[in-house]
Design a protein around this ligand. Sequence first.
Ligand code: DC
Length: 230
Amino acid sequence: MRKSKASASGPLIRTESDQVIAIDGPSASGKSTLARMLAVELGWIYVDTGAMYRTFAWWCAALGLDVSDERVVAAELARWHTRLLCTDGQVHLLVNGYLPQNEMRTQATAEAASKIAVHPRVRRWMVARQRECVRFGALVMEGRDIGTRVFPEAAWKFFIEASMEARRERRGGPSAGGDLAGRDHRDSQRRGDPLMPALGAIRIDNSAETPNQTLKRLLKIVRDSGGELR
Ligand code: DC
């Protein structure tokens, strides 16, 4: 076990953050694919925090709530029944026992998630649930604020980037991916925990790489610093 907190005067102390790899980056940067592959390679648990924001945005939209209205959606946070479930190496957020899947992956839900994620009360609720995930084991968690807010002391922090051209291409061509620039702007300019590289994060530009090539780079960094020992 490396990276435990050690000092000349005290014993090694193992903290929850030693069990976390934080991966942040913009939409369509390839971070989800990478995080999922990394978790499988290491036998760790994968957490897609964007899916949590999407679930809430989808739920609010289905109820006909205005996702731009913080007061309205915050009231729903106090009402909805949710549960974190860890299955097949991945954590899911269930709402009323239901796991939304395809309905979460539409352009409309992506837009709504980006809008709902600007509200501080929504972010507080999400961050609390995301921190709870350590009870499931060692985590590879991806999102926008994992290294800056959710687990600022994570043992490994990566910031994944790619050119706009590469990101559009991955979403299916030059005009695909909806309003990526608009979501970038909203995600990186919001007041609460905007998207940015965390202090000490390793920045990885994968524009010219396949997922496997980037995975190898990440695995090397993690393994060279003892990440398989737990
Ligand atoms: O990663 P994604 O595209 O599924 O995320 C959907 C939206 O959720 C994204 O536009 C911003 C928001 N989000 C966030 O604000 N913080 C996170 N940790 C993850 C996602």
